[in-house]
Design a protein around this ligand. Structure first.
Ligand code: FMN
Length: 232
């Protein structure tokens, strides 16, 4: 590994020029990265996704099951936030949230989204684009009730993306939600919704220290997947 140039500590940042210096001093792909041979890639993307996720976890990547979820609002303005990946099954990427949240309303109006994963431990990025479908209320509640008490308590608090009057208000609602989640593990959280993104495109990016990054895109063409390399 190359020696890092001296960089200003955060406490020394006085203005945005210092921040620019700090940013210049930070490195990417400055570690031992795995290889990736696109010629050996499977015919469809989900087995490769599963392989890369397991490899990221094995390489010590923290929280490899978190992903950026991008949607667009009714004005066409993009929005993005982090959510948890619950599974990759039946050809879709599964996650869950409140139907009344900003993302829930955006998905109801425009059920298309993108997902982004970045696993710096291996210099790997995966991008997914496609259509989103919402599960039935029964399936959504079942998905919630196999999760942790904390997940149920968080879902029971509700009101996601609404303006919060004060932290005290959240504290009270959260205490009540934790008590309910502990006493009633199958308590319903009516707006909690499980979603599945069915991929139309999945791109695998393997970073390379010499910047000869490998990009392999799977593109759905009817019922088959077309695989193509992309310039980095
Ligand atoms: C690591 C991490 C995991 C998260 N997982 C979820 C999740 O699975 N579902 C969810 O609704 N929000 C999750 N959040 C919170 C969202 O990022 C976001 O703040 C919230 O869903 C409201 O987004 P919205 O206003 O765009 O709807 C997570 C946040 C982080 C940082």
């Amino acid at each position: 590994m190359r020696e890092l140039p001296e960089r200003p500590e955060l406490r020394d940042l006085r203005d945005l020029r210092d921040l620019r210096e700090l940013l210049k001093s930070l490195r990417v792909w400055d570690t031992d990265l795995p290889g990736f041979d696109p010629a050996q890639a499977p015919p469809s993307p989900l087995p490769l996704f599963a392989e890369w996720l397991a490899a990221a976890a094995a390489a010590g990547q923290t929280e490899p099951h978190t992903m950026s979820l991008a949607t667009v609002d009714e004005d066409g303005l993009p929005d993005v936030r982090t959510v948890m990946l619950h599974g990759v099954e039946e050809e879709g990427f599964h996650f869950a949230s409140h139907a009344g949240s900003a993302k829930g309303r955006q998905l109801a109006a425009n059920p298309r989204a993108a997902l982004g994963f970045y696993w710096p431990a291996q210099g790997r990025q995966i991008r997914v684009r496609g259509e989103v479908t919402a599960a039935t209320p029964e399936a959504s509640q079942a998905d919630l009730h196999v999760r942790s008490t904390g997940a149920l308590a968080a879902a029971l608090v509700g009101h996601q993306s609404e303006v919060l009057g004060s932290q005290d208000e959240l504290e009270r609602a959260s205490v009540a939600a934790w008590e309910r989640a502990q006493a009633q593990p199958d308590a319903p959280a009516p707006t909690w919704t499980a979603y599945a993104l069915v991929p139309r495109e999945v791109e695998f990016f393997q970073g390379d220290a010499r910047r000869r990054h490998i990009r392999l895109r799977y593109r759905a063409d009817g019922s088959r997947w077309v695989r193509e390399l992309l310039w980095p």
